[in-house]
Design a protein around this ligand. Structure first.
Ligand SMILES: C[S@@+](CC[C@H](N)C(=O)[O-])C[C@H]1O[C@@H](n2cnc3c(N)ncnc32)[C@H](O)[C@@H]1O
Ligand SMILES: O=c1cc(-c2ccc(O)cc2)oc2c(O)c(O)ccc12
Length: 239
């Protein structure tokens, strides 16, 4: 059995938005952990000792991403924000053998922590990892007309202040009908809290996410749904 999630419903800093910790643990133990690939479990265990482990994608978000990827038969995907590669491995395990993932992160050394597990899972050949700030890479991709409208799926999980900047570029890369998923759009519940109650360290990303959530809600180019999984995800379908 996996270790229990601790959700203190009075704390804005814990992940998970269900009514109780018991319900969250029930969902994880009933529906998520039993179906999680062994290599994803291994990667989570490895990442748990990383100083930035808190940033790792939640397995319940991963499971939902896999459902979306399968539903749209995604083959060509892009990921912004890799850390040790949980969402990357999840994507690589889900898309077909000739699928391709462009994965961007400013820090290659964190990706390399997960690479042996990705290799063991037999899916490394699907990944093109680019160590860089994401914005210039997206701009470079968009210079090639063949890339425009060619991606099936995007996962955005990097610096929150750039989500709106990523969105315009990601939409140009996605096919009509393509899906983009933005992680952390609840930002530990702080997007709906009085500013005075929010820990100072969370304020800059909170401001960016509040603006992003408003912006995307008014964007007629996409259908959206903000979903209470993990730290909140926003799923967009390019019209
Ligand atoms: C939340 S973590 C990603 C978690 C990952 N999706 C997972 O499955 O565990 C955010 C990552 O974004 C990267 N990052 C932050 N700012 C970035 C930027 N401007 N361009 C590219 N990567 C960035 C960080 O190095 C970090 O690894
Ligand atoms: O605590 C965090 C911090 C980040 C984060 C902050 C600033 C950046 O430039 C990139 C990432 O991201 C997180 C995240 O994605 C998550 O799921 C939980 C916590 C954090």
């Amino acid at each position: 059995m996996e270790s229990k999630a601790v959700i203190n419903t009075t704390s804005p800093t814990e992940k998970g938005v269900l009514q109780t910790a018991e319900l969250y643990n029930y969902v994880m133990e009933t529906s998520v952990y039993p179906r999680e690939h062994q290599c994803l479990k291994e990667l989570r265990a490895i990442t748990s000792t990383h100083p930035r482990a808190v940033m790792g994608t939640s397995p319940d978000v991963g499971q939902f991403m896999a459902l979306l990827l399968k539903t749209i038969n995604a083959k060509k995907t892009i990921e912004i924000g890799v850390l040790t590669g949980y969402s990357l491995l999840l994507t690589a395990l889900t898309i077909p053998d000739d699928g391709e993932i462009t994965a961007i992160d400013v820090n290659r050394s964190w990706y390399e922590i997960g690479l042996p597990t990705i290799d063991k899972a037999g899916v490394k050949h699907k990944i093109n990892f680019i160590e860089s700030e994401a914005l210039p890479v997206l701009d470079q991709l968009l210079k090639d007309p063949e890339n425009k409208g060619s991606f099936d799926f995007a996962f955005v999980d990097a610096d929150k202040k750039n989500y709106a900047n990523y969105h315009g570029r990601v939409l140009e890369l996605l096919k009509p009908g393509g899906i983009a998923v933005y992680d952390n759009t609840f930002w530990a519940g702080t997007v709906a809290m009085d500013e005075g109650l929010v820990p100072e360290s969370k304020l800059p990303s909170r401001k960016a996410l509040i603006e992003f959530n408003k912006y995307i809600a008014g964007d007629a180019r996409v259908e959206i749904s903000q979903i209470p999984l993990g730290d909140g995800i926003t799923v967009c379908r390019r019209n």
